[in-house]
Design a protein around this ligand. Structure first.
Ligand code: AMP
Length: 254
């Protein structure tokens, strides 16, 4: 968390427009892609099912022409989903956003040097990282990263939203911050927890407990939606209904 505990909020008003309908391009709104931000671990986890789910989600996204925005790492689940989607849909389908300070920890430096191909005359050619992991934007801090990731999703076509794969503190922090933004009415996109082999059971039980105990109000217990498979997760974003209990505050105008 940022010192002071408050992150800059992704102002909906400030959301960049990627396609504006105009007389010259009346179909621009239709051209908008569905964008999913995936929060996930920078580690692979011990159970191979976690890495497998990252690959499955990438395959479902490729099949549905969905773009990925993610934390920009090339290691762990992060690297796996980015690499798989780029291999299926090309580098334009993935945008990683990473704070400068994390580059040395979350981007594997061996990629540009060891992942080489050979031209016909046997001169080794490094494959640019972009061809493996997609476009990367390096930003000054964690909060710029989170804000940019959210803004991309908010500017995406219907069905855009957030999915959490398995992960550690960073993943949970991002997941819950996105949930609280939803609860405050800052955004209305869906948030799905992809629960691999019960990995998120503890969190989902806590949400139920908190709602039953009167700490999570009304329908807000359903701000996070559980999915057990990749198809189900993407479908849940398409069908997501905002909880009637969220606050409807005018953020971005203050
Ligand atoms: P982890 O789940 O701990 O492997 O982290 C996954 C990603 O979440 C990493 O890219 C972290 O940089 C990122 N992250 C976002 N917010 C935080 C935070 N407040 N503390 C730690 N990591 C964070």
């Amino acid at each position: 968390m940022q010192s002071g505990g408050v992150s800059p909020m992704p102002s909906i008003a400030a959301t960049p427009r990627t396609s504006t309908p105009s007389p010259l391009n009346p179909n621009a709104a239709k051209d908008k892609k569905v964008k999913i931000a995936v929060y996930c671990g920078s580690s692979p986890g011990h159970d191979p099912a976690h890495m497998e789910m990252a690959r499955r989600l990438a395959r479902v996204m490729a099949k549905n022409n969905i773009a990925l925005v993610y934390g920009g790492g090339t290691v762990g689940l992060m690297g796996e989903i980015a690499k798989t989607l780029v291999s299926l849909s090309g580098p334009d389908s993935v945008h990683g956003i990473i704070p400068e300070a994390l580059v040395r920890y979350e981007r594997d430096p061996t990629y540009t040097s060891t992942h080489v191909t050979h031209s016909k005359d046997e001169v080794p050619l490094a494959i640019p990282e972009e061809q493996i992991f997609g476009k990367t934007t390096v930003v000054k801090d964690m909060h710029t990263r989170k804000q940019m990731m959210a803004q991309e999703v908010l500017a995406g076509a219907p069905g855009s939203g957030f999915i959490a794969l398995s992960g550690g503190y960073g993943t949970i922090e991002e997941l819950f911050e996105t949930a609280t933004w939803n609860q405050l009415g800052i955004h209305n996109k869906g948030i799905v927890v992809l629960n691999v082999n019960g990995f998120y059971d503890g969190i989902l039980n806590w949400i139920k407990e908190s709602a039953d105990s009167g700490f999570i109000k009304g329908g807000n217990g359903s701000i996070l939606v559980e999915a057990k498979g990749a198809e189900e997760a993407v479908q849940a974003l398409r069908e997501y209904k905002v909880s009637p209990s969220v606050l409807k505050l005018a953020w971005g105008n203050e």
